[in-house]
Design a protein around this ligand. Structure first.
Ligand code: NAD
Length: 389
């Protein structure tokens, strides 16, 4: 994740980033690439078009798409079709006909190169971009948070259902082996009942004006952007169960920057069996976005799973009652887009096999239900607020 307050890339920087992501892949060890391989179903890779060529697309998804076995980058939609779009086409070798402006997404319908549209724009734009992708008859992945309201999520789910296309979330952690092991422990109650959880994801935005600090584009502050990881992890640790109630407190320490959204949110999620998750997320963290504190821990009756680094793109590791978890292919420092490559390949396989994705729109909606309750509680001075599902 690029710091949200970083200046926009110049064209030269953009081309440099594209080239760097290609070079990084070339250096990645074979074991890393092999780790993303699953049984090939057919030789044809599905075509992916990225909507939005910002920090996450260029820094993570483009290199991940070079590692995937079942899909590849074949097109883009961007604010700058003649500049960034053309350069991406040249670097990645797709035809100019596959470059679109944002308002042309629905016309991807006529382009048989494109099977999947991946929406990577600011949060409030996900709804219109997903609806346009569904109108194009393409399967869709959208980034987190799924939208900025539960109503957004309902609109996207309905549009995709009506169009008969799959809708998946960019929940990369669900494809991280460490998280998958926690999900397995939770599902089979290997450590008994869930007792308590805690988590934090923070990073610094220290200048006004970034879209992440504008409610109209971001929907809210760090809860929407970073806190959602803690909320999502707690639901995974609870074997998919939603919290039933929340309490929350929002703080603004730098009102000159945070005129529109919270700077810090502390929240407690309460689950049906009485287990609680204490969460913290801040844009006033000690380090830039993407490198700030991030951790998650779940305590069960007879054991724990503890992620000292939970939500980074790489370097995830976890301790458990049984000792540290170990996945040798994941520990490699070059292994920077492992989660995203697995996530993309899984979605492509689901589309190709016509089986439902394990990260559907309903999962994104579940997290938005919790986020809405957090904002309601914070607005009402921390009153205990039920999560409406
Ligand atoms: P960014 O600011 O780097 O890029 C945003 C992109 O959206 C740019 O291409 C920009 O041109 C485009 N855009 C279109 N309309 C815009 C507008 N009105 N204002 C600003 N930009 C506009 O952001 P990013 O970090 O790439 O985040 C994009 C999405 O991806 C967000 O929803 C974010 O939450 C998500 N994200 C997910 C992860 C993850 O790990 N899954 C990490 C980072 C970002």
């Amino acid at each position: 994740m690029k710091p949200a307050n970083a200046p926009s890339s110049t064209r030269r920087q953009f081309v440099g980033q594209l080239a760097a992501s290609a070079a990084a892949l070339a250096l990645a060890p074979t074991a890393v690439r092999a780790a993303t391989v699953a049984a090939p179903l057919s030789s044809k890779k599905l075509g992916v078009a990225l909507v939005g060529l910002g920090g996450y697309s260029i820094g993570q998804l483009v290199p991940a798409l070079r590692r995937t076995q079942h899909c590849q980058l074949v097109g883009v939609a961007t604010r700058d079709p003649g500049g960034k779009g053309r350069e991406a086409a040249q670097v990645f070798g797709f035809p100019a006909k596959n470059i679109y402006a944002y308002d042309q997404i629905a016309s991807m319908r006529d382009n048989s190169d494109i099977d999947i549209i991946y929406v990577v724009t600011p949060n409030s734009l996900h709804r219109q971009d997903v609806v346009a992708a569904a109108a194009a008859g393409k399967h869709v992945i959208t980034e987190k948070p799924m939208g900025i309201s539960v109503a957004d999520c309902d609109t996207m789910i309905k549009a995709c259902r009506d169009a008969g296309v799959q809708l998946g979330l960019g929940y990369r952690n669900n494809f991280d082996p460490y998280f998958q092991e926690m999900m397995r422990i939770a599902r089979w109650k290997e450590f008994g009942a869930l007792k308590a959880m805690s988590g934090e994801f923070s990073g610094n935005i220290n200048a006004a004006g970034a879209w992440r600090t504008q409610k109209a584009l971001a929907g809210g502050g760090p809860v929407m952007d970073l806190g959602v990881y803690v909320i999502h992890a707690s639901i995974l640790a609870a074997a998919g169960e939603s919290p039933i109630a929340v309490t929350a407190k929002a703080t603004i320490n730098r009102p000159q920057i945070y005129t529109d959204v919270e700077e810090i949110m502390e929240f407690t999620l309460e689950f049906a069996n009485g287990a609680k998750c204490d969460g913290f997320t801040s844009y006033g963290g000690p380090k830039p976005l993407g490198s700030g504190p991030n951790r998650f821990r779940a305590d069960y009756e007879r054991g724990f799973v503890d992620f000292p680094a939970a939500f980074n793109y790489n370097g995830t590791h976890a301790l458990t009652t049984r000792g540290p978890l170990s996945f040798p292919n994941v520990a490699d420092p070059a292994d920077n887009t492992y989660q995203q490559a697995r996530q993309l390949d899984d979605f492509a396989r689901c589309v190709r096999d016509n089986v439902p994705t394990s990260v559907p729109g309903e999962m994104g909606r579940q997290d938005l239900c919790v986020i809405e309750a957090i904002y309601t509680s914070a607005k009402n001075n921390g009153a205990r607020t039920l999560v409406k599902v």
